[in-house]
Structure formats: structure tokens, C-alpha cells
Design a protein around this ligand. Structure first.
Ligand SMILES: *Cc1c(COP(=O)(O)O)cnc(C)c1O
Length: 459
């Protein structure tokens, strides 16, 4: 088998700035040990997120010039709307400035005191918008999804037995939406099978509960279905994606992921009445229904990106480039969440740093260590992001303590990944010297973005 190459050439480049370990030590202190508070120029390889950080194609840049900036009824909107309809098959398409705006609008009508939203795993912004509305979000991930060392084809699946049980317990009238995140970002970028999506459809139809897809990585999910699920080998990615959406009543989407755009998102709906409510809200918070907080040029870039993301040679390269990292980590026995996901590699911080207790945030410690060693920026997905306090103020930890290394789309080359591997492996060899952290400042919602830390006091 030949090397799988990047299916593109580079037309425009951005310089990377180098830093020394001494400089990084100082920079990390200034950032209160929170990688979100570092300046991007002080990062060598930035794997904080794959959101809005991808490289646009020459066609997308051409689209930027073509963007029609008319306030109402712009040509770019109609191209955007038709691209979204083409994939989702849903009739009501509402543009928003990014995914969380779609969530905010949706939960303005579907959230509220006493309501529950059930999911495989809610993403952090989705959970925050649900809780902000007064509702509660419950994650019902399948059992294998909670075991980082166990490999299974569809670890993003929702536990359908639990789903039925929770609906019965809480009462179907109190469940306002079931939302399945594809792929499951906070659960390791793991895919959800078509079979699971169909079962959720059946359960939701039975109880008359709307079923939504958080579609941020729909194309990566479709690719995994093609590779791993019986009966899909000969289908095209777009047909698989269309089938996924055909089972849902609506979806929220961040175009900063599987649409290759730097900004944007949408809410797509089948329900005309809900669409009308959402549009009325949109006008107050985002903008007129044919631009929804975006410039015409952004709508254009999304429309083109949606066509490019479903190309199989791209997805093949994309998934393979993450497997490549995973294989090299296997050779060194570095613990990561298995199998490797669609958009990121998740180091298993609990297994990597077993000497650091969860209340000293092993994922955060690992984030700091990778930055110090090689200027790599990742993000903790663990008890900093999802931890809660009980009534006594004691930390209720997250299920998993992960460090996510998200790979921006079409942005880094194989030698960047080789450098990353050298850094991770070196940190792993010296892992016993890594120490935990304490939080010294935190905000009420989404605390991971702005929290301050200090090295934990040594006992
Ligand atoms: C990024 C993301 C969101 C939120 O989208 P933004 O564009 O960042 O607001 C929601 N759900 C998932 C699964 C995501 O990855």
C-alpha cells in the first residue's frame, strides 16, 4: 500500500514562531497555566481545537470574493440554503454565527425549568445553553464509550435501553429533545452507527419526542459508517449523510467543523412552527433570516465547504492522518482513547498520569507538560471542563480525564505530526515528574475557558 498523501497542494502559508523551553515556562505562568489564555503566536503547533482553524480551499476563497452582502435575500444565502438542504433534506434552514447560537435559539424554545434533554454526550456549549435555559442535560453514553482502553467501532452510540428507561422515569412530557452528537466530540470523537440513529428515531417516534442531531462532524461520522457498518461500503458519503439526517427532526451545526469555514453555523428544522419561533428569535439576537449573524461571504464559504467535506479522498486522508499518530503511540504504549477518533486524538490523562488525583486535574497537568516540552497546545476534556461541585463543595469529577489534541482540517503536514509524536513520547518517558494543579479562579459557566490555576501544594 502506498502512502496516503494530503489530497491538496499548499498555495498560501503562515509562519510558525519558535519559542524556547525557558520562554514557554514564563509564558505559561503568565497564562495562569491555562492554554486558552496563551497568545496563539506563542504556540508552535496549535491543537486547541479543529473549530474554525482549518484551511479554506482556493474555491472557498474565490467564493469569499463572490459573496453577496445584500442585507436581505442575498444570492449567497440561497446558495448556502440549497447546500444545507441538499445534505440535510430539511426544509427550514436558519443561518447563525456559530453552533452555540443555534443551540441558544433552540433551547430558548426547547429548554426551561423542569425539562430534560437526553444525549449520547452533550458538548460543553450545548450543555451550557441547556443549563442556562434552566433545563437539565443527561448524557446516556453506551457502556463501551466509557472505557478508554477498549476499542469498539461505534463508541459514540447512545445507550438506547437507558434512553427508554430515563424517558419512562422522567415522563415523556418532560423530555423536550433527544440530541445525538455526531461524532461524539467530548467522548473521544467516536462515531455513532446508523443502526443507533435509527433506534433513537424509533424511540423518539414512540414517545413523540423530537430527535435532533448535533451535526458538527456529520461527514466524519458518515465516513466511519461507510468503513465500519455492514451495508454501507458501497454508498457515497453524501448518501450516508442524507440517510442520517432523514431520521432526525432537526439539527444544529457549527460550520467551523465539517464545513471548512472559519465562522458560521446553522439550525435546520422540519417543523414549520418551531422554525417561525426560531426565526423571530434570530432577528433579535443574530440578524435577518437570510444572513443570521454572518456576512454574505461567510455563507458562500460554507456552501462550498459543505460540498468539499463529503469528498471521500479528503475524509480518507483525514481519518488516516489521525490513525497515523495513534499507531506511533501504540508502539510506545502511550495511553490514549481507543480507537482514534475522527478529528482528534485524546490522550488518556488518568492512565498517563496515575499519580495525579482527579481533583488535581491530570488533563490540565498534561496540557501544561506538552506546552512546556514542545509548544503544543491541546485542551483538557475532563474535570476542568465538566467537573461539578456537590453541596459540600467537593469536586464531582467527569467520567474521563482526557487531553484532546484536535487536528485542524488541511492545516498541518506529516512532519508536524512527527514533531508532535516526539514531544508526546518524551513527556511520557518523564511523566513521573509531572505535578497536578489547583484552580484559583473560575467562572460560573464554561469555566475551562477562563480559569486560572497554580501548581498543587505538595504534601
Ligand atoms: C464546536 C461544537 C459545538 C459548538 O459550535 P461553536 O461553533 O463552537 O459554537 C457544538 N457541538 C459540538 C459537538 C461541537 O464540536
Amino acid at each position: 500500500m502506498r502512502t496516503i498523501i494530503e489530497p491538496f497542494r499548499i498555495k498560501s502559508v503562515e509562519p510558525i514562531h519558535s519559542t524556547t523551553p525557558e520562554q514557554r515556562k514564563e509564558l505559561l505562568i503568565q497564562a495562569h497555566y491555562n492554554p486558552f489564555l496563551l497568545k496563539a503566536k506563542d504556540v508552535i503547533i496549535d491543537l486547541l481545537t479543529d473549530s474554525g482553524t482549518g484551511a479554506m480551499s482556493s474555491e472557498q476563497w474565490a467564493g469569499i470574493m463572490r459573496g453577496d452582502e445584500s442585507y436581505a435575500g442575498s444570492e449567497s444565502f440561497y446558495r448556502f440554503e440549497s447546500a444545507v438542504k441538499n445534505i440535510t433534506g430539511m426544509p427550514f434552514i436558519i443561518p447563525v454565527h456559530q453552533g452555540r447560537a443555534a443551540e441558544h435559539i433552540l433551547f430558548t424554545f426547547k429548554g426551561g425549568e423542569g425539562k430534560y434533554i437526553l444525549s449520547n454526550t452533550l458538548f460543553d456549549t450545548t450543555r451550557a445553553n441547556i443549563e442556562f435555559s434552566g433545563a437539565q442535560g443527561l448524557d446516556l453514553l453506551c457502556p463501551e464509550g466509557k472505557l478508554p482502553a477498549v476499542s469498539a467501532p461505534f463508541k459514540g452510540n447512545i445507550d438506547t435501553q437507558k434512553l427508554r428507561q430515563v424517558i419512562e422515569e422522567k415522563g415523556k412530557e418532560n423530555i423536550s429533545v433527544v440530541i445525538v452528537t455526531v461524532t461524539n466530540n467530548s467522548g473521544g470523537g467516536q462515531p455513532v452507527s446508523m443502526e443507533n440513529i435509527k433506534m433513537v428515531r424509533d424511540i423518539c417516534s414512540h414517545y413523540e419526542i423530537p430527535f435532533f442531531i448535533d451535526a458538527c462532524r456529520f461527514a466524519e461520522n458518515a465516513y466511519f459508517i461507510k468503513k465500519r457498518e455492514v451495508g454501507y461500503q458501497d454508498k457515497t458519503i453524501i448518501d450516508i449523510a442524507r440517510e442520517m439526517f432523514s431520521y432526525a427532526d432537526g439539527c444544529t451545526m457549527s460550520a467551523k467543523k465539517d464545513a471548512f469555514a472559519n465562522i458560521g453555523g446553522f439550525l435546520a428544522l422540519n417543523d414549520a412552527k418551531l422554525a417561525e419561533q426560531c426565526r423571530n428569535q434570530l432577528v433579535i439576537t443574530e440578524g435577518f433570516p437570510t444572513y443570521g449573524g454572518l456576512a454574505g461571504r461567510d455563507l458562500e464559504a460554507i456552501a462550498i465547504g459543505l460540498g468539499e467535506i463529503v469528498q471521500e479522498d479528503y475524509l480518507h486522508y483525514r481519518i488516516r492522518s489521525i490513525e497515523y499518530i495513534a499507531e506511533k503511540l501504540d508502539a510506545e504504549n502511550v495511553p490514549y482513547l481507543k480507537p482514534s477518533g475522527g478529528h482528534a486524538l485524546y490522550l488518556d490523562a488518568k492512565a498517563f498520569l496515575p499519580h495525579i488525583p482527579v481533583h488535581e486535574y491530570p488533563g490540565q497537568a498534561l496540557a501544561a507538560a506538552l506546552y512546556l516540552e514542545g509548544g503544543i497546545r491541546g485542551v483538557e476534556i475532563g474535570s476542568v471542563m465538566f467537573g461539578k461541585y456537590d453541596q459540600q463543595g467537593k469536586l464531582v469529577p467527569a467520567t474521563l480525564e482526557l487531553l484532546r489534541l484536535a487536528i485542524p482540517r488541511r492545516t498541518y503536514t506529516q512532519s508536524h505530526m512527527d514533531y508532535l509524536l516526539e514531544v508526546i513520547i518524551n513527556v511520557y518517558r518523564n511523566r513521573k515528574q509531572i505535578k497536578g494543579f489547583e484552580i484559583t479562579y473560575e467562572a460560573e459557566y464554561l469555566r475551562h475557558f477562563t480559569a486560572h490555576f497554580k501548581p498543587a501544594a505538595q504534601k
